[in-house]
Structures are given as structure tokens and as C-alpha cells.
Design a protein around this ligand. Structure first.
Ligand SMILES: Nc1ncnc2c1ncn2[C@@H]1O[C@H](COP(=O)(O)OP(=O)(O)OP(=O)(O)O)[C@@H](O)[C@H]1O
Length: 236
């Protein structure tokens, strides 16, 4: 369970995140949507203790992320390319993480085999440094890394961005297959994908929760209306 209370973050007086209460139960596939600048990445960064909020608390499994290290053992994430180590090859990077999480070489091979189709023969065995991979392939490395150690919680910021359509489909399959055993937090501008893989959608506007609902047959229509400007905030 992730519990967010009275969370506020502003930059030079401009609100980036303002959330009174948001609870994400274990096993939920939580989708976060919102226009550019709505506060999605800021929220994810605060949850991961990468940014200090002005006020408020984020708890993961009962541990305050600001003061505990405990949550890190069961939280995998990929927010952006800064998570990667550019001067390593993907194999070296995965091996480095495997050591941190106490995986054997065999464990790591089993893990990576789940990403074989997504990797499309472009990631492993290429003797390329991560810095020389395409944006989409870097994203694949980061996503596969987020799953290392079999974390109970996986947070992915815009995972479909820069992936070709085939890779997007493979990534959706990977997420679908592990939905029963993990809590996912996924931000995305792709309304079709996010409503397809998530069980709950939260729409942020100027840092505030504008819509919070279990995905149903109306959700995609509502979101399309909102993003096409057909409704105002109150009507959503
Ligand atoms: N380091 C920073 N300094 C100043 N303002 C910031 C900083 N980081 C974020 N912001 C501001 O906070 C607000 C929320 O930004 P954030 O990146 O969280 O939005 P987002 O929903 O992830 O947007 P996008 O869809 O474009 O990725 C924006 O107004 C942004 O300009």
C-alpha cells in the first residue's frame, strides 16, 4: 500500500503537486494521466524520495520514504535516462543491479529472458554502451532494470514513449502478465494503453486530482473528452 497525505510541492509559487489524500492498495495497477506540466513526474519523484515535498508524507508499506530505506527493497522504478549508467553496456548494467539485489547469474538470465521479445535482439550481445543506444532501446533497458529483484511495486514514467508500436504491445503484455503479483504505477500520455493496462486512473491537473476512478467502459471516453477540451474541469 502506498499512502500519500497532504502532499504539496511548488516551484517559485507555482503549484506542481497538491494532493490531500491518495491511497494505492497493493496489487492495484494505477495509471496517472495529465497534460504536460500537470505534475505526474513530480509526484513520482516525490514518491521515490528524489524530490523533497514542501509538506506532506508518502508512506510505502508503512514506511515514510523520507526517513526509511525499507521501501527500496520492494520498489523498482524507471523515471528517465538518468537512472541508467551510460558508460556500461546493458549486460554490465543488469549485472551491477543483479549484485545489488543478490541475484545469481542464472536468476538474471531467467529475468532477462522475460524481456527477450521486447529487446528484439537489439539490447544484449551488441557490445554497445548504454549511451549509444536509441532512446527507445534505452527505455527498454530501464524498464527491464526496474523489474530486477522482483519488486512488489513497479513505477514507470511514460513507459510507452519512444517505443515502436510492436514494442508497446510487448510491454503491455509484460505488464499484463505480472499485474496479479505487483502494484504498478504508470504515467502515460497514451490514453488507450493506460486504460488498457490499468485498473484505476487518476487525472492530474495543475497538481490536483481531477478524476479518480476504477477503469470502466466510460473512462476512455471521459479522458478523450477532457483532453480534447470538450469538457471543463467541473464536468469531468
Ligand atoms: N526543477 C523544477 N524547477 C522548476 N519547476 C519545475 C521543476 N520540476 C517541475 N517543475 C514544474 O512543475 C510542474 C509539474 O511538472 P512535471 O514535470 O511534474 O509535469 P508532468 O505532468 O510530468 O509533465 P509532462 O507530461 O510534460 O512530463 C510544471 O509546471 C513544471 O514546470
Amino acid at each position: 500500500m502506498i499512502s500519500i497525505s497532504e502532499l504539496k510541492k511548488s516551484y517559485r509559487g507555482a503549484v506542481a503537486v497538491d494532493i490531500t489524500q491518495l491511497d494505492i492498495p497493493a496489487g492495484e495497477s494505477f495509471g496517472l494521466v495529465g497534460n504536460n506540466g500537470a505534475g505526474k513526474t513530480t509526484l513520482f519523484r516525490i514518491i521515490l524520495d528524489l524530490i523533497r515535498p514542501d509538506s506532506g508524507i508518502v508512506m510505502i508499506e508503512g514506511a515514510n520514504v523520507r526517513t526509511s530505506e525499507e521501501w527500496k527493497k520492494h520498489t523498482g522504478s524507471f523515471i528517465d535516462e538518468k537512472f541508467l549508467i551510460d558508460y556500461l553496456t546493458p549486460e554490465e548494467y543488469f549485472g551491477f543491479l543483479a549484485k545489488i539485489y543478490g541475484l545469481t547469474d542464472q536468476d538474471l538470465q531467467v529475468h532477462l529472458s522475460k524481456f527477450e521479445v521486447l529487446f528484439n535482439n537489439e539490447i544484449l550481445g551488441k557490445r554497445k554502451y548504454i549511451r549509444d543506444l536509441s532512446k527507445g532501446n534505452k527505455k527498454k533497458v530501464g524498464i527491464a532494470a526496474a523489474f530486477i529483484g522482483n519488486p512488489a511495486i513497479v513505477m514507470l514514467d511514460e513507459p510507452f514513449e519512444n517505443l515502436d508500436p510492436t514494442s508497446q504491445i510487448h510491454l503491455k503484455r509484460i505488464i499484463h502478465e505480472s499485474r496479479s503479483e505487483k502494484t504498478f504505477l504508470i504515467s502515460s500520455h497514451d490514453l488507450n494503453h493506460v486504460t488498457d493496462i490499468c485498473t484505476r486512473i487518476v487525472l492530474l491537473e495543475k497538481g490536483k486530482v481531477l478524476l479518480d476512478e476504477q477503469v470502466n467502459e466510460q473512462t476512455l471516453f471521459k479522458l478523450n473528452d477532457y483532453f480534447s477540451g470538450n469538457v471543463n474541469s467541473e464536468a469531468t
